[in-house]
Design a protein around this ligand. Structure first.
Ligand code: NAD
Ligand code: USQ
Length: 390
């Protein structure tokens, strides 16, 4: 298939581009490189030294003989976007191209607006480009489990059947997101569902949980540092398990926010790429937005910290857990039970979180630990007043 990957220079996107290209799909990347720019602005860097997009794609070609064209530009720029879509003619567009950090969206008004404009406008533009250039194209859109929040009932996959005053209907599952970033995903979901309904488009909303890990089969097989994926550890873009492994490697106490009972769905990056392949292979029927919950397991933050402490012992690392004041406004003890059977039914064989994965992630962290700037670990973005000085 011809698959265009919007946000294909990022953490999930680059891994997916290599994975799909290796499996014989014709892949193109569209990315504005804005994420590299935000890193520069915040003075942060990936733990792993990432090469320029051009160098990555050239090396991919040298190693595999497969070309991945690169459309460099902003999904919010409609003339650029529509031209790229027209020229490439995708069967599927995988959309990762958004501002994806909750803390970034809570820094101040400007960052909240930037996040929502970037994310909502980019997705809306894609919907128009598909309607006008390739109406049969399947939109595979990265949503988030955080759209649901932490309700006191089981979380279903996108929709819930409700009986009220003797009548029954299947409706979108109620949304209670926890940041302006997570809210942008809710707005996207509504826009996508509406566009599918009125224009007969097809879309899959992948409500992905927190991703961890860095290597995928392609980076392990090629053993080439030019292809290494990004791995964020800073307070803005670093996600919890990746952060804990890197903190352990540099001897920083693990930053459990508050009580640590916050429970989330998690997924290994090797499963992320497989889930995208499954979604691409199983397009939604025309007129429908199907929703898959893209997680394989759920853990509380404290459970994860304890697992990292255990895995560290085997490597001679004595990691400590530190309950820091929670910079976010979120439930620290709550019910959480999220359905996630649809991708399994379609053939996903999960990599569950194991000692060996933690061991390998800790080893990557140890290998690059001299690149860690400890000043970027402490949380400085609060939900109540925005960014406070370090
Ligand atoms: P990332 O920041 O590493 O990559 C996002 C990429 O999109 C970047 O390369 C950036 O330059 C590009 N981009 C952003 N806005 C753009 C625009 N307007 N036009 C063109 N390109 C643009 O993020 P990631 O971790 O790879 O996340 C990818 C997607 O998956 C996001 O939508 C995110 O919300 C979702 N997601 C991520 C996680 C996670 O744990 N990383 C979990 C669940 C969902
Ligand atoms: N947390 C800590 N300590 C830390 C970092 C985080 O205790 O050092 C806690 C947070 O308070 C939160 C939980 O860990 O309760 C998850 O935080 P996170 O930063 O790992 O993840 P989140 O902000 O939810 O965002 C990440 C991605 C986002 C994606 C989301 C999936 O950045 O793009 O949408 O995971 S989900 O969480 O399912 O919404």
């Amino acid at each position: 298939m011809r698959v265009m990957i919007v946000g294909g220079d990022g953490y999930c996107g680059f891994a997916t581009a290599m994975y799909l290209s290796k499996r014989g799909h014709e892949v193109a990347i569209l990315d504005s490189l804005i994420r590299r720019h935000w890193d520069n602005e915040l003075g942060i860097e990936s733990l792993t030294p990432i090469s320029s997009t051009g160098k990555r794609l050239q090396r991919w070609y040298e190693l595999t003989g497969k070309r991945i064209p690169f459309y460099m530009g902003d999904a919010c720029n409609y003339p650029f976007l529509v031209n790229a879509v027209r020229e490439f003619g995708p069967d599927a567009i995988v959309h990762f191209g958004e501002q994806r950090a909750a803390p970034f969206s809570m820094i101040d008004r400007e960052h909240a607006v930037l996040t929502q404009v970037n994310n909502v406008v980019g997705t809306l533009n894609l919907l128009y480009a598909i309607r006008d250039e390739c109406p049969d194209c399947h939109l595979v859109k990265l949503g988030t489990m955080g759209e649901y929040g932490t309700p006191n009932i089981d979380i279903e996959e996108g929709y819930i059947t409700v009986e009220y005053k003797g009548r029954k209907d299947t409706l979108p599952y109620p949304k209670q997101p926890g940041s302006f970033y997570h809210l942008s995903k809710v707005h996207d979901s509504h826009n996508i569902m509406f566009a599918c309904r009125i224009w007969d488009l097809r879309a899959t909303d992948l409500n992905q949980g927190v991703v961890y890990g860095v290597h995928t089969a392609e980076t392990l097989e090629m053993e080439d540092e030019v292809l290494v994926n990004r791995l964020d550890y800073d307070e803005t873009f670093g996600t919890v398990l990746n952060r804990f492994c890197i903190q352990a490697a540099v001897g920083h106490p693990l930053t459990v926010y508050g009580k640590g009972g916050q429970t989330r769905g998690f997924i290994d990056i090797r499963d992320t790429v497989r889930c995208i392949e499954i979604a691409v292979d199983n397009p939604a029927p025309k007129g429908k937005m199907q929703v898959f919950n893209q997680i394989t397991e759920q853990f509380s933050v404290l459970q994860l910290a304890e697992k990292v402490v255990e895995a560290g012992k085997a490597l001679g690392i004595r990691a400590e857990i530190n309950h820091v004041d929670n910079p976010r406004i979120e439930a620290e003890e709550h019910y959480y039970n999220a359905a996630h059977t649809r991708l399994l039914d379609l053939g996903l064989q999960p990599h569950f979180l194991s000692e060996s994965l933690l061991d390998s992630l800790l080893n990557v962290a140890i290998h690059y630990k001299d690149r860690v700037d400890p000043a970027h670990i402490k949380p400085v973005t609060t939900w109540s007043v925005g960014r406070i000085s370090g």
